[in-house]
Design a protein around this ligand. Structure first.
Ligand SMILES: Cc1cc2nc3c(=O)[nH]c(=O)nc-3n(C[C@H](O)[C@H](O)[C@H](O)COP(=O)(O)OP(=O)(O)OC[C@H]3O[C@@H](n4cnc5c(N)ncnc54)[C@H](O)[C@@H]3O)c2cc1C
Length: 394
């Protein structure tokens, strides 16, 4: 396995590093501390990043994007997240779903939705699955249970699906211009056999945005409620066959793999930032007349932080490489588990080294810890993800 980077990969890595240093870091803490969660978003930052290509990076060159490979995605994400992991996620949330427009939509749908997405620097995407009683189930559906799964109902009325119900905790829910939505189209069977996917523009009649969630971590990243009251979505916006949204063949969809890699690379960026902060403190801060770097316990902690971070980096790059080689393996899911454990331990160690100077919010150390705890409930919670890992046994 050769991990040396080609010229294009290096170029993207440098662009992301420069953007993180010059545009993200200077505003990160101030945005994090804005009290109203709906006000933390910074459209100027999104526009600037979009012009460089971060928003549309994964759309193929033939379709008007940049067609970057998975290794490049991991590199960009880690660099941007080193600046601010929530800001970088706002860009990569568009990767997940623009990737799906290319992979799962018809040519006609691509014409209608891809061009506006590519042309508008403020066009961000979202995807709605989670509901009040349907979170982890969406990722690892319980077999044959009629009560489980989403309740948002869609009924046919001529050329329209009529939607009633709510989604919650949807990323970009209060700012996205287009959503991938899973709706229940048959309640007489388990939801795995009765769910359909629709493309839902933000200005669909009968759809309105609800509250923006006030999260402890990832405050820049918007999470909102979606409310549907007789919302009318044209049947021509349906993706794939009716009731087949969750039929993914081998049960290990490339969409899921895609999400896990991007998130694991994001966690790596946080770890890098935590290591930098801890090393900088150890070099410059004294206790009992001695720099922290001379204290054995601090050296041990920083050694462990570096070891965990470098192990995660190797795993992330290996999974990215496997994706590029079209190798399907359990690593695609396991990397998310490792990234969760790693980012939480590394940021906690960083906070530990900072001790009472890490608590105040002006150093950004508490932010790294708060952001890292988002991983427990991302893309399925950590328990469900361990179940995925359990597939190795079969
Ligand atoms: C920042 C962020 C962004 C998100 N973005 C989106 C988005 O864009 N679109 C979207 O649809 N959703 C999104 N979500 C929601 C996310 O996917 C869910 O939070 C996740 O799937 C977990 O679901 P839940 O919160 O309902 O927890 P639940 O599934 O209700 O789980 C609650 C608790 O019960 C435990 N538990 C659940 N099942 C079991 C079991 N079988 N055995 C043992 N313990 C169990 C879990 O470990 C957890 O501790 C986002 C969440 C976050 C934090």
């Amino acid at each position: 396995m050769d991990f040396s980077l080609n010229e294009e990969q290096l170029e993207w890595q440098m662009k992301a590093r420069k953007f993180a240093e010059e545009e993200i870091k200077p505003i990160s803490l101030a945005r994090d501390q804005i009290a109203n969660p709906a006000d933390t978003i910074d459209w100027e930052l999104i526009k600037k990043g979009s012009k460089i290509g971060f928003r549309t990076a994964v759309v193929s060159k033939e379709q008007g994007g940049h067609g970057i490979d998975y290794v490049t995605q991991a590199l960009i994400m880690a660099e941007l997240a080193r600046g601010d992991s929530a800001m970088s996620k706002t860009f990569s949330q568009c990767w997940k779903w623009s990737h799906l427009i290319a992979a799962a939509c018809t040519d006609e749908q691509r014409k209608r939705f891809l061009k506006p997405f590519l042309d508008d620097d403020t066009f961000v995407l979202g995807s709605g699955q989670t509901e009040a009683n349907s979170g982890s189930d969406n990722r690892m559906p319980p077999v044959g249970d009629l009560k489980a799964g989403p309740r948002l109902r869609a009924e046919l009325d001529g050329d329209f699906w009529v939607l009633n119900g709510e989604k919650q905790f949807i990323a970009n829910g209060n700012i996205a211009k287009l959503f991938f939505l899973t709706v229940r189209t048959d309640f007489s069977v388990p939801f795995t056999d009765g769910t359909t996917s629709l493309l839902v523009p933000w200005d669909t009649p009968g759809f309105r945005r609800g509250k923006c969630y006030n999260k402890s971590g990832w405050r820049f990243y918007q999470n909102g409620e979606m409310i549907f009251e007789n919302a009318r979505v044209p049947v021509s916006n349906q993706i794939g066959e009716t009731n087949m949204a969750l039929h993914k063949g081998d049960g290990d969809s490339s969409g899921d793999m895609f999400g896990d890699l991007e998130l694991a690379a994001n966690a790596l960026g946080i770890c890098d930032s935590a290591c930098e902060k801890a090393i900088s403190l150890a070099r410059n801060h004294s206790s009992e007349g001695e720099l922290l770097k001379e204290q054995q316990l601090v050296r041990l902690k920083i050694g462990r932080m570096s070891m965990l971070t470098e192990a995660l980096r190797s795993y992330v790059m290996r999974v990215a490489w496997e994706h590029d080689q079209k190798i399907h393996s359990t690593n695609a899911g396991l990397v998310m588990n490792l990234s969760t454990d790693t980012v939480q331990e590394v940021t906690e160690l960083c906070m530990d080294i900072y001790d009472n100077v890490g608590g105040p919010m002006d150093r950004g150390v508490d932010k790294l810890v708060r952001d890292s705890f988002i991983w427990s409930h991302l893309a399925g919670d950590s328990v469900q993800r361990l179940k995925v890992a359990g597939r190795i046994i079969k």
